[in-house]
Design a protein around this ligand. Structure first.
Ligand code: GAR
Length: 197
């Protein structure tokens, strides 16, 4: 079984969309894949509740307990590698995981580490993407799923979806519109990647 490990920091709606797609589309039978674990760096991440209710193993690794980024990432890899056995490759899915990852971590999972970013990359890397798109007068905004490389919010683009920016949009309104598209494209990209693995 190919194991998917999803990393979250908050609401986990993308994680939930992936879990629901896996169930709805029969990933276990069709792709030999399952969401094996959800790991959060925050104990209060709401997504943990959804994961537990769906019988998925959860782990919390509080980054504040570690002296350095390297130490945290090393411990994170130890957790992930419980699901990374020979013949059972793991796909590491960042779903609102608000941590910058070290070079060591990124190279360890190169080619099987993906992220979703709420902008049309390469525009608006980093934070506050929706407000920045509104402030820049963009008529369209959107979301990007990409391979993770050492440079933040770079890496091969795997899929994008576009939404209009509407007159009078607030960052929250635009974020909600983008999020509905995130839930469509992220599960699709993951299914495609699993098919190729
Ligand atoms: C999503 O909009 C995701 O694109 C964004 O955080 C939100 C998480 O929502 N990710 C980033 O900003 C990464 N830099 P969720 O927890 O409900 O999936």
């Amino acid at each position: 079984m190919k194991n998917i490990v999803i990393l979250i920091s908050g609401g986990g709606s993308n994680m939930a969309a992936i879990v629901k797609a896996a169930q709805r589309d029969g990933w276990a039978d069709k792709l030999g894949a399952r969401v094996a674990a959800v790991i959060s760096n925050r104990v209060d991440a709401k997504g943990l509740i959804f994961a537990r209710e769906h019988g998925i193993a959860t782990e919390v690794l509080d980054h504040r307990a570690f002296a350095s980024r390297e130490d945290f990432d090393t411990a994170l890899a130890v957790l992930i590698n419980r699901f990374d056995q020979p013949g059972e490759p793991v796909l590491v899915v960042l779903a609102g995981f608000m941590r910058i990852l070290t070079q060591g971590f990124v190279s360890r999972y190169a080619g099987r580490l993906v992220n979703i970013h709420p902008s049309l990359l390469p525009a608006f890397t980093g934070l506050h993407t929706h407000q920045r798109a509104i402030d820049a007068g963009c008529q369209f905004a959107g979301v990007t799923v990409h391979q993770v490389t050492v440079e933040l919010d770079h890496g091969e683009i795997l899929a994008q979806a576009v939404v209009p920016v509407l007159p009078g949009d607030t960052a929250d309104a635009l974020a909600a519109r983008v999020l509905t598209q995130e839930h469509v494209i992220y599960p699709r990209v993951i299914a495609d990647l699993l098919q190729k693995k």
